[in-house]
Every structure is written in structure tokens, then in C-alpha cells.
Design a protein. Structure first.
Lengths: 289, 138
């Protein structure tokens, strides 16, 4: 509740700053070059944070996005909402909620039908090198570093073997738009203890160390407004009760204007707790300025 | 036999290279298309409140000629660019990133208007993008 109030206050403050300065147009960057909002709230693809700083704000501007994502697999659903603010195409601040609905499996696990696991994430990302858009005469990517501080609201995940209900992911992302081929690539390295993004807590009875995970995305710009791509996200495997698999997806991101974008994906999430081969449709709406 | 094979390969790669070098400009649409794109582009630059002030005092015909020459050269066409360097011609203009992006959008709009393919558009933009460092001074 308090966190939502903080979102609202910050959102209103930023809007005031923008309105008060006539020259601070916030939609200068080119379409799709702010990425979309990934499941943990940072700017990137659907599953992975990229080096792009979110929103269309360029070097002298501040911009913001809000998103809502729904993913349904055979036995579960995962919803996320959040807000992101991009400062001067240099720093990104994001807030998001994830709600994981255990549906029938909740009963099987003794938690109750449709037991929901809630998590909040706060993210910070800083661009440290290069530019994904301008430096078209080089293959070198834009590089950003970031952190995602997560807090799972359900102590009960410790019953599944999780060590902690709080954790931080640290990542390094490298993104480049190769205009002459119409392609985008991204590579992210993440240090994490999170089990299924943190939905099943952090660290576990099988492994309690930080893991270095690899995430990659490759996209093709069908046209200025439409990006087609694939993503891969390696996952740690810290819990004895639940094998954890890598996530993959194939996606289409459509940005009819700078104020709105829609991402549709087919995701393969592998095993989630006691159920294998979880896959389904991911849909995400992002609005902003 | 081997000699013939080498000869054929050399001739083929030479032709492919020659074809490639000329064809980006012709794939774009060649001279007629480029003239139309440049005309539209300059009208948009002069009409848009974000970019207007930079171009209003620039001698129009010469400016169009230089743009044409530059875009033609960047696409491998048989042109010669007779203008100043990007750095020199944009010095002291206090152009910032917003203005640069606005210009890119207007160029995209003029290429869309003239039905230039996405691929050709991206190839031209890829050649122009690195000029950012000489153009954006603020």
C-alpha cells in the first residue's frame, strides 16, 4: 500500500517537472529504442533486462512508462504491473509487482486453491558505455549495469526450501541495434539467488550460493514499429522440491506510437514446482511518454 | 581446371562487389527517388517547430544539393559530395540530442512518403547515425 502511494507521488512529481519545462519534450528517442518492460519491471525484452534505458527520454529529458503483463500456462498464471522512469537516457528507476497464482496446484501444495504469491521489485539501471543506436559504425554494444531488489511477501515459500524472502539480482547487459541488418541483439549476465524470479524465494536447500546466469535475446525489426525476436533466460536451481528450467520465448513487440506498445509472446517456462512443461501466452501492454 | 575455377570465382566476386556497390543506391530508388526524398525532407525540416530554426537561414537550393550528394555517396552511388565536413557545418549551432532525433524522424517520414523500403531506409540511417558525434554539440 505504501509502495503504491510512493509510485503515485513520484509519478505526479515527474509529470509536474515535465509540464513545467516547455522544452522538456519527453518523446524524443526513436520508436522501440527504449525497449519494453520485462517481467521484473526493467526496460528490455519480455524476460530479460536490456542495456537500453527505458522510456523515450533522450539526453536532456525525463520519461516514464507503466506496464501490465499477464502470462498463463497450463497450471499457473503470472501477472505483473509496474512503473518505470528514465532519466536523461542514462538512469532508469523501476517499481513493479509480480503476482503468481498457484491455481489448482495451490491445493496440491496445501496452500489453498488459487493461493497467490506476491513480490515487489525495485530496480535501478545505469548506462555505463556506448550507445545502441548512434554507433552504427561499430559492433560494440551499449552496456548498462543494474540491480533488482526483490521482496517476496509470502514467508510460506521458506517451506519449499527457500533460504530467504528477499534478494537482489545484479546484472550487466549489452545491447546493440544493428540497423543495416535490421537486427537487435542483447546479452545479459545476472548474479542471482532468486528461485523462479523470486516467487519461490531466494537461495535454497540444494544451493545457497549466488549463481551467474546467462540471458540472451535476438530480434529482427520487421519495420519501424514491429520487432520480432527470441529470448533465452538461464535459471538457477536452488530448491530440492522443485527443479528449475531455463525460460525461452518467441515474441512480437508492436509500438504503433511512442505512447503505447503491445508485446505478445509464446513462453516456455519448463518446470514450475511440481508441474513440467509449463508454456503459454504472454501479453504485455505498456503506456508512457 | 583449377585455374578456370579460380578465374570464374574472381570474376563472380568482382561482379558481385560491383553490383553491390551500385545497387544500394538503386535499391533505394536511384536519382529520381532521392531527389523527391530530399525535397520532402527539407520541407519537413522547415515546417517542424523542433528543427525549423536551424534551417530557415540556410540557402535552400545549395542545401538540397549537398544533402542529395551526401546521401548518394553514403549509398554507394556515383556522386561527389561538395560540401563541408559535418563538424564544420554544424559547429556553434548548439544542436542537442532531441533535435538530432527529430531530424531522423523527419527523414524517416520523407522516406516513408516516397515508399522507400524499410531495408533501404535502415541502410541509409546506419550510414548517417555515426555523424551524431560531429553534429550534436550541446
Amino acid at each position: 500500500m505504501l509502495l503504491m502511494t510512493k509510485f503515485k507521488i513520484l509519478f505526479v512529481f515527474i509529470t509536474q517537472v515535465i509540464i513545467s519545462d516547455v522544452y522538456s519534450f519527453t518523446s524524443s528517442k526513436l520508436l522501440l529504442t527504449g525497449g519494453v518492460s520485462q517481467i521484473e519491471g526493467a526496460a528490455g525484452g519480455g524476460l530479460t533486462p536490456w542495456a537500453l534505458i527505458g522510456s523515450y527520454a533522450s539526453r536532456d529529458e525525463i520519461g516514464a512508462n507503466a506496464f501490465s503483463t499477464v502470462t498463463r500456462t497450463q497450471n499457473y498464471s503470472l501477472k505483473a504491473q509496474g512503473l518505470l522512469i528514465g532519466f536523461y537516457n542514462r538512469l532508469e528507476l523501476s517499481f513493479s509487482n509480480q503476482v503468481f497464482n498457484t491455481e489448482k496446484v495451490g491445493e496440491e501444495l496445501g496452500l489453498g486453491h488459487s493461493f497467490k504469491i506476491h513480490q515487489q521489485s525495485i530496480g535501478l539501471k545505469l548506462k555505463v558505455f556506448g550507445d545502441a543506436v548512434y554507433k552504427q559504425d561499430s559492433f560494440l554494444p551499449q552496456i548498462s549495469v543494474g540491480v533488482l531488489n526483490k521482496e517476496n511477501k509470502e514467508e510460506v515459500v521458506k517451506n519449499f526450501g527457500a533460504e530467504d524472502i528477499r534478494g537482489s539480482d545484479y546484472y550487466l547487459a549489452m545491447t546493440k541495434i544493428l540497423l543495416k541488418y535490421g537486427m537487435i541483439y542483447n546479452v545479459t549476465f545476472r548474479w542471482t539467488k532468486a528461485n523462479q524470479l523470486g516467487i519461490l524465494g531466494f537461495g535454497g536447500d540444494k544451493n545457497s550460493d549466488e549463481n551467474l546466469m546467462f540471458e540472451g535475446s535476438l530480434g529482427y525489426l520487421i519495420n519501424r514499429r514491429l520487432l520480432f525476436g527470441v529470448e533465452y533466460r538461464q535459471k538457477p536451481d536452488n530448491l530440492k522440491i522443485a527443479q528449475e528450467d531455463a525460460w525461452t520465448d518467441i515474441f512480437l513487440a508492436w509500438a504503433p506510437s511512442k505512447n503505447i506498445s503491445l508485446t505478445l509472446a509464446y513462453v516456455d517456462l519448463g518446470n514450475i514446482v511440481t508441474h513440467d512443461n509449463q508454456s503459454g501466452v504472454y501479453s504485455s501492454l505498456q503506456v508512457g511518454f | 581446371m583449377k585455374k578456370n575455377f579460380i578465374l570464374i570465382t574472381l570474376v563472380c566476386s568482382f561482379s558481385i562487389n560491383m553490383t553491390f556497390a551500385v545497387s544500394e543506391y538503386s535499391k533505394f530508388g536511384g536519382r529520381k527517388k532521392m531527389v523527391s526524398v530530399v525535397n520532402d525532407f527539407v520541407s519537413y525540416l522547415l515546417a517542424d517547430s523542433r528543427t525549423k530554426k536551424f534551417f530557415i537561414k540556410v540557402p535552400r537550393i545549395d542545401f538540397k544539393r549537398r544533402l542529395f550528394e551526401q546521401f548518394c555517396v553514403e549509398l554507394g552511388g556515383k556522386c561527389v559530395y561538395k560540401g563541408e565536413s559535418m563538424k564544420k557545418s554544424h559547429k556553434k549551432l548548439k544542436i542537442n540530442e532531441r533535435h538530432f532525433y527529430a531530424l531522423v524522424e523527419l527523414l524517416q517520414r520523407s522516406m516513408d512518403q516516397n515508399n522507400v523500403s524499410q531495408r533501404s531506409q535502415n541502410i541509409l540511417l546506419a550510414k548517417l547515425a555515426p555523424m551524431y558525434k560531429d553534429i550534436v554539440t550541446k
